[in-house]
Write a protein of this length. Sequence first.
Length: 428
Amino acid sequence: MLERVVIINDEAVASGGAAALALLSGKLLQEAGIPVTFLAGDSGIGFPLKGENVEIAGLGSQPLLKLPVHKRIIDGAYNRAAYEAIKHYITEKDTPGTVYHVHAWAQILSPSIFSALRPVQDRLVISAHDFTLVCPNGSYANFNTNTVCSLTPLSRQCLASNCDKRRYADKLWRFARSWLRTRLLDMANSNCTIASIHPMMNNWLERGGIPSRQIRTVLNPVKPFVRKRITAESNSDIFFIGRLEFEKGADIAAEAARIIGRRLRIIGDGAFREELTRRYPEVICEGWKTHDEISKLLQEARFVVMPSRLPEPFGLVAHESLQSGVPIVAFKSAFIANEAQELGCGIVAEEPTAESLANAFAALDNNSDVKSMSKAAFALSPGLANTPNSWCSELIALYTDCLMNRKLPNADPKHFLVPESRPIERAI
């Protein structure tokens, strides 16, 4: 019987997609009458859930980029306090009906938590919101060549690849951290469950050493921006929604929009904004907006573009746009791109270039075609994702399966590192 779900996440506030989903799952589980404990790497201040059957425990740590360099190197690889906190919780409060669900862990909690969770691995679910579980830089991307990586994670070729967005020294640290994670909890020799957010992720996870038998796909929940179809065929503006970072490709979209003479409007912000607006002053930057504010702006959208240079496992804003009746244009590295094209509500730009993207934009010049795509998006795209309620039901079913299929670990204990007083030195 499912008695409690312990949600483990770097932060207790919705600072990003993974955190937002972790909090939403807590809210939905609480509403379903299932007690929830939220173990956060931060202070826990600002935790939005209230009620008798929900509790919060904050570690009090900070994200890596806010730490001094020496502490960032050590705690990022093995946060001893996180290990001790989770170990203490399991020792004092674990029950046979408790399931543990890890969401984001790489910015505060570190791989150390997997050592603490090893005794309950048959009741452990780890969400793969991206590829951090298997890929050192978390994205299967080479930031120096702007290409999708085809190497096997943690192979010699991977070690030699200078793929980090900053410098090779950072790549070596990320490589070491990923290797350490495999020593603390070797996915190939454990009984934990990996929850992917899209079926196309699974082969990529398997390439990183996670057996297919341990992977379960649970599609993310989506709430459309609007409940009434946006008449995209009456509009002319292109919209980009998301963080303004180089890897997100807003500059590619801006160049493509310039080529075909359409206006690009950006909802979001980030470090790349200054350079983008300098190179493309015609782009309109709306800044960050709430879900309701976006719903009003998108009334003027002809289509939404996803020009990311990285693989995009889910693409929440694409789903939200499609379910509102707005077609999408994306590179084929976005997993939703091919699905949307098959449904007749999206276009795939074959090459990750501005010219290829401009050609895809031009394919949406015909109002009749856009109307058909908009109607298909509104009617058919909800089948590509969960609703919040169906997502919660799938999570509960997953947790129940974990409890019903409990078994003793089949791994040889010598494959695991038992942490002692100085885990970093022992691991490396």
